[in-house]
Design a protein around this ligand. Structure first.
Ligand SMILES: NC(=O)c1ccc[n+]([C@@H]2O[C@H](COP(=O)([O-])OP(=O)(O)OC[C@H]3O[C@@H](n4cnc5c(N)ncnc54)[C@H](OP(=O)(O)O)[C@@H]3O)[C@@H](O)[C@H]2O)c1
Length: 326
């Protein structure tokens, strides 16, 4: 596992341990610890030559989640590909050029690959640059280990360990009770995949030697119904959802999707395509998705443990929400 100390890569490593595999996590160890039962191999992928120290170890399967550094992907392939068996690259749904059209599949057109170093793109990581780096990274993986490569393109990933505070904002917010600002977008679709389902599928694929390129997405629902179910499961008796129009939210400087002063999971209609990829191919490939309630309960338990009132990377603060409710 290239990574393994946080959220997605941690969940995949944990699932592999659970199934009895011998798991090594190559990372610095600064984001967290490797899961119990896995071994941390300290590696800084920014330090020239460090990953070379793992060359020749003959791993049965390598899983890389490199988020936005093509150099990391190339270095890993150079060091490990020759003696590795199966190779999984965790990419993203953001590789697709068309963000609006719904029910796309892996046949959809891709963004142009971004191959230049980050500093020449101004160091910024817009969704387009992120997606373009992933396109270039996928290409590098296919070129080096195409016959044994699995490329996985997840959409929104939810569940325990989420370090982006997106999905967890909602169970935590409803659990605090009272009047809750929600986006007034009854038509907005959403799809998510619990990180534990993704982990099971990735480890299965490695065990079975599944290759090719796959979207990893769950069923499509409306955001309305998802928030309604979260409110039912997590909310106090006095919860009242207060729909606020997109116009008013934007006027108040509330951002879509994630980040400070945002309403997590709220997407502009120009991006409904990003949250509505066809889930049928992944299901046919063996991706099993758990009920939303299971994800909500796990996220709520974690939010309670971390503190319902803690500052978050994403969402509205009580003060900003109060302004919107005036
Ligand atoms: N979250 C979502 O909804 C979503 C959706 C679609 C796709 N994805 C994809 O899912 C993956 C997310 O992976 P993740 O949750 O495991 O988080 P991540 O933030 O991508 O981190 C992955 C690993 O990189 C390691 N790392 C960071 N800097 C390093 C360095 N200099 N040298 C060595 N290792 C380093 C981290 O460990 P240390 O810091 O301990 O070194 C960590 O274990 C990404 O590929 C992302 O593009 C996510």
């Amino acid at each position: 596992m290239l990574g393994g100390t946080v959220f997605v890569s941690h969940a995949i490593a944990a699932e592999a341990v659970r199934r009895g595999h011998e798991v090594s996590c190559a990372a610095r160890g600064t984001s967290g610890a490797a899961p119990p039962g896995a071994t941390l191999l300290p590696v800084d992928r920014d330090a020239p030559g460090e990953i070379e120290r793992l060359a020749g170890r003959g791993f049965d399967a390598v899983i890389d989640v490199a988020t936005h550094d093509l150099g990391w992907v190339r270095d890993a392939l150079r060091a490990l590909a020759e003696t590795a068996g199966h190779w999984t690259f965790v990419s993203t749904i953001n590789v697709y050029a068309d963000t609006a059209t719904q029910y796309q599949t892996t046949e959809g057109a891709l963004l142009e690959p971004v191959t230049e170093p980050r500093r020449s793109t101004g160091g910024q990581l817009t969704p387009e640059i992120y997606g373009g780096i992933k396109v270039a990274s996928e290409n590098a993986v296919r070129e080096a280990v195409g016959d044994r490569a699995l490329v996985v393109r997840p959409g929104l990933i939810t569940g325990p360990g989420d370090n982006m505070d997106r999905f967890g904002y909602w169970p935590a917010r409803f659990a605090r009770g009272g009047r809750v600002v929600v986006p007034d977008v009854p038509e907005q679709p959403i799809q998510h995949l619990d990180v534990r389902d993704l982990a099971e599928w990735v480890v299965n694929a490695g065990e079975r030697g599944i290759t090719g390129t796959h979207d990893a997405v769950g069923p499509i629902r409306t955001l309305d119904s998802v928030l309604g179910e979260i409110a039912e499961l997590a909310g106090t008796a006095d919860v009242e959802q207060v729909p606020v129009t997109p116009g008013k939210l934007l006027e108040a400087g509330i951002a879509h999707w994630e980040g400070p002063r945002s309403l997590p999971l709220w997407a502009p209609s120009s991006h409904y395509g990003v949250v509505t990829h066809d889930p049928a191919p992944a299901a046919a490939d063996g991706l099993v998705t758990r009920p939303l309630a299971d994800t909500v309960r796990a996220a709520l338990a974690e939010e309670r443990a971390r503190g319902l009132h803690r500052p978050r990377k994403s969402g509205l603060t009580p003060a900003v929400e109060a302004e919107l409710l005036c």
